[in-house]
Ligand binder design. Structure first.
Ligand SMILES: [Zn+2]
Length: 297
């Protein structure tokens, strides 16, 4: 056992500050909050531009601690996001203060967006939890790497948007089962992308420049990014960090997820090879648990 640091540092969050809300009346606060719930990306974009104009950062480190997990020992760092008041998290494998990222070059990295429905409730329409743990396993094997966990629920549409998407995508049958809805004309499954569009939302509202700033904050210079999403690559590159995309292999559990993959490739420009978009075996109608297919996420 090595020596463990026990000296307490002053907690910046307990320092005195002006907590008065005298410059805002209650109506303004309610309007601001409702705007954040309905279309969280709208005010974020405005504030981001204001910060950029002043040359100010989007984020502030809120604190860090060691975090022992099933996937090894990490440095757990949280950041406040000035653009939307949310917080984001970063797991750096090993003791970051002792230089566990080495020279900051070529770091295996995954940018993950929060997905409460799958991560907490194990909903079966996506594989976010599996992807997160697969990435943590890969980093652990390599003994070096970073996981970014961004609080951008529902592709950045927020919980209100996610509710509208799920309600457009699923419905109850007469005998009390949940089924994925289908287009009445084409009989095609209503995938996530279509469900958002039908609810009046864009396909994607996440902003990954915050990920670039978080990596820059700890001195990362180049990454091997576990992704096929061009927006993630652009976000990290915007912070002056070099990106080499790396494919992550997972096997979707059902046809809902496979149909979402096809939609991501078609509508969002994700790099997913044709061979990974074809469902193997016979599709059984009226059941959401269908044949497995292989894919790259
Ligand atoms: Zn998910």
């Amino acid at each position: 056992m090595g020596k463990i640091e026990t000296v307490k540092k002053p907690n910046p969050n307990t320092l005195e500050r002006d907590t008065s809300l005298s410059n805002m009346n209650l109506r303004q606060i309610i309007t601001l909050r409702e705007g954040e719930w309905d279309k969280p990306w709208t005010s974020s974009e405005v504030i981001k531009k204001m910060l950029e104009k002043e040359g100010l950062p989007m984020i502030k480190e809120l604190g860090r601690s060691p975090l022992p997990t099933e996937y090894g020992d990490w440095t757990y760092i949280t950041f406040g996001d000035y653009t939307n008041g949310q917080h984001h998290e970063m797991l750096v494998y090993g003791d970051e203060s002792k230089g566990s990222t080495g020279d900051g070059e070529d770091i295996l990295t995954r940018i993950h967006s929060s997905c409460r429905t799958n991560e907490v409730y194990h909903a079966i329409n996506c594989e976010c939890r599996k992807e997160l743990h697969e990435a943590m396993t890969l980093v652990q094997k390599e003994d070096r790497g970073i996981i970014l966990y961004l609080e951008q629920e529902g592709r950045g549409m927020g919980m209100a948007g996610k509710m509208a998407q799920l309600d457009n995508m699923f419905g109850w049958t007469e005998d009390g089962q949940i089924e994925q809805k289908r287009d009445p004309e084409t009989e095609e499954r209503i995938d996530t992308d279509r469900a958002y569009k039908d609810a009046g939302y864009p396909s994607e509202s996440r902003d990954f420049t915050v990920a670039g700033e978080m990596l820059h904050h700890i001195g990362v210079k180049s990454v091997r990014l576990l992704t096929n999403n061009p927006r993630k690559i652009a976000g990290v590159t915007s912070a002056g960090i070099e990106v080499t995309p790396v494919e992550i292999h997972i096997t979707p559990e059902n046809e809902i997820i496979a149909s979402d993959l096809r939609s991501k490739a078609k509508n969002l420009g994700h790099y997913i090879g044709q061979e990974h978009l074809v469902v193997k075996g016979t599709i059984v109608e009226n059941t959401i648990f269908e044949k497995k297919t292989e894919a790259i996420l």
